[in-house]
Design a binder for this molecule. Structure first.
Ligand code: ZN
Ligand code: ZN
Length: 138
């Protein structure tokens, strides 16, 4: 890949850069993602932490996911935008939100999670593979 994938928060105080393609990308309609996206779902991309760097300070908020894993949200203390997330289940990965990318059009969802908690007004493209919760473990 020639160009790094870049993005940041709304006010510009926090910026990030990733030098590798995402490991995967997908929508999540779980109730946590509804709460902190403020809408029907989050559109996430997972990157290898080794290829990911940020500038600017973030505030953090930790919570426990359905899986029992601890997730940490890193957000801009000034404008509140979600910047990235980490989980103790996979310390080598970071998750970012497609809307924070400088070019959100590069986002291509491979799947959608937690359709069982989806809102009737939040319809995901039916051609994308959808799971009622987390995908079954391989
Ligand atoms: Zn900001
Ligand atoms: Zn979610």
């Amino acid at each position: 890949m020639s160009d790094a994938i870049t993005g940041g928060c709304q006010c510009g105080a926090v910026r990030y850069e990733c030098t590798e393609e995402p490991v995967f990308a997908g929508h999540c309609q779980c109730t946590n993602c509804q709460k902190f996206s403020g809408t029907g779902h989050a559109s996430n991309m997972l990157f290898s932490k080794a290829a990911f760097s940020t500038t600017g300070d973030t505030s953090t908020y930790e919570y426990q996911a359905d899986s029992g894993n601890t997730l940490t949200r890193h957000f801009c203390p000034k404008c509140g935008s979600p910047v990235y997330g980490t989980t103790d289940a996979n310390v080598d990965a970071v998750m970012i939100r497609a809307g924070g990318l400088d070019d959100p059009s590069i986002f291509e969802a491979n799947f959608a999670l937690y359709s069982e908690s989806a809102q009737a007004w939040d319809t995901i493209d039916p051609s994308i593979k959808s799971f009622p919760g987390m995908p079954p473990k391989k």
